[in-house]
Design a protein around this ligand. Structure first.
Ligand SMILES: [Zn+2]
Length: 312
C-alpha cells in the first residue's frame, strides 16, 4: 500500500484517517456543525433524525420540527458556521468550500454586509490552517423572491464568495431561470456549481451543466444511470461532489454498498467525497472515507487517489 492514508483506512485507524489532509467541497454552513456542539451551545437536546427520510421532503419535515425552532436566527447561523469550520479542522479538512445560504441576509440588520463580514472573518480566522472558501448558496425556491435574488447578485460582486451553488427541489426552478445569474458569477470568476441528479435523472444533470456552464455538480449521482452521460462528464472534466451518507439517508441510494460512486469512478468521472449536512447526516469527511472502505465500495488506494485529486 502506497500511502499513510491508505494504510490508515485498511487498518481502521480512524485517528490517522482524520490526520490526513482532506477537502470538503460540499458543505452547507447552516447544517454543518456537529449536532452535539449545537446542543451544548443551545443548552438543550435536539431530536435526532430518523435513519431514513423520504427525500428532501422528509429532510425538510425533520429540520422544521427539530432544528428550525431554535436555529432560525442570525446568532445561531453565526455559531453553526464557526463551529462547522472548527469541526472540519479537527477532522483534517484543510480545504473547505463552505456554502452560506443567502436566506441569512434576512436575519442580519445589515443584510448582505453582515453575511459577507461573517464569511470573510471565518476565512481570515482560519488562514494557514483551513483554506475556507466561502460559497454563496440559494434554494431553487428563492427565484421568486426578489430581495434574496438581488442579494445573490450582489454577493457575487462582493468579492468574498469564490463559488455559487443552487439547491433543493429541481422542479422549483429550471436552470434557464438562473442562466443570467450564473453568467454574472462566471464573469466575476466564481466557480459554478448546482445540485442536480440527486433525485432527478442523468439527462437533467447534463442539461443543467450545459445551460449553466457548471464546473462541478453537487451530488449528480443519477449520472450513473447513463453510460453516455458519464462519458460526457469525464470527457468534459465535470466534477461530482458526492455525499454518500446523505444519499442513503434520503433514499437517493439504496445503501452504501451499492452506492453509484463505484460506477461513476469506473467510468472515469471525477468524484470527490464530502459531508453535505453534518448536523443531520452525522458523518464527517473522514467518516465517509472510512465508511466507503468498510462497505467494500472503494479500495484504500482508490480512496487515496480521490483524496489527492480533490485538491486539484
Ligand atoms: Zn447539498
Amino acid at each position: 500500500m502506497s500511502s499513510a492514508f491508505a494504510e490508515a483506512l485498511a487498518a481502521g485507524d480512524f485517528a490517522a484517517v482524520r490526520r490526513a489532509a482532506k477537502a470538503d467541497l460540499h458543505s452547507h454552513s447552516y447544517f454543518a456543525a456537529p449536532i452535539a456542539d449545537v446542543e451544548q451551545w443551545l443548552g438543550r437536546a435536539i431530536d435526532r433524525p430518523p435513519p431514513r427520510m423520504d427525500g428532501l421532503d422528509g429532510m425538510r419535515a425533520y429540520s422544521r420540527q427539530a432544528i428550525s425552532p431554535y436555529m432560525d436566527n442570525w446568532t445561531a447561523f453565526e455559531f453553526v458556521a464557526g463551529a462547522a469550520v472548527r469541526h472540519a479542522q479537527s477532522d483534517g479538512v484543510v480545504l473547505l468550500e463552505a456554502s452560506f445560504d443567502i436566506w441569512a441576509v434576512r436575519h442580519h440588520p445589515d443584510g448582505l454586509r453582515g453575511l459577507t463580514a461573517l464569511a470573510a472573518s471565518l476565512e481570515s480566522q482560519f488562514r494557514g490552517q483551513v483554506d475556507v472558501r466561502p460559497e454563496v448558496g440559494f434554494s431553487r425556491s428563492y427565484v421568486s423572491k426578489d430581495d434574496l435574488m438581488t442579494s445573490v447578485w450582489e454577493a457575487i460582486e462582493s468579492g468574498v464568495f469564490r463559488s455559487i451553488d443552487m439547491y433543493a427541489f429541481e422542479g422549483d426552478c429550471d436552470p434557464e431561470a438562473v442562466q443570467d445569474l450564473y453568467e454574472h458569477a462566471r464573469s466575476h470568476g466564481l466557480k459554478l456549481k448546482a445540485h442536480v441528479g440527486e433525485f432527478g435523472g442523468a439527462d437533467e444533470v447534463k442539461r443543467t451543466v450545459e445551460i449553466l456552464q457548471l464546473d462541478e455538480v453537487q451530488h449528480g449521482i443519477a449520472a450513473a444511470e447513463s453510460t453516455a452521460v458519464m462519458h460526457w462528464l469525464a470527457d468534459n472534466q465535470i466534477r461530482l461532489n458526492v455525499c454518500p451518507t446523505s444519499n442513503v439517508m434520503l433514499g437517493a441510494a439504496a445503501d452504501l454498498a451499492s452506492h453509484p460512486i463505484r460506477t461513476l469512478y469506473d467510468h472515469g468521472v471525477d468524484v470527490t467525497i464530502n459531508s453535505d449536512d453534518l448536523m443531520i447526516f452525522g458523518q464527517s469527511v473522514s467518516d465517509e472515507y472510512l465508511n466507503l472502505y468498510r462497505a467494500g465500495v472503494c479500495t484504500a488506494d482508490e480512496l487515496e487517489e480521490i483524496r489527492i485529486r480533490s485538491f486539484r
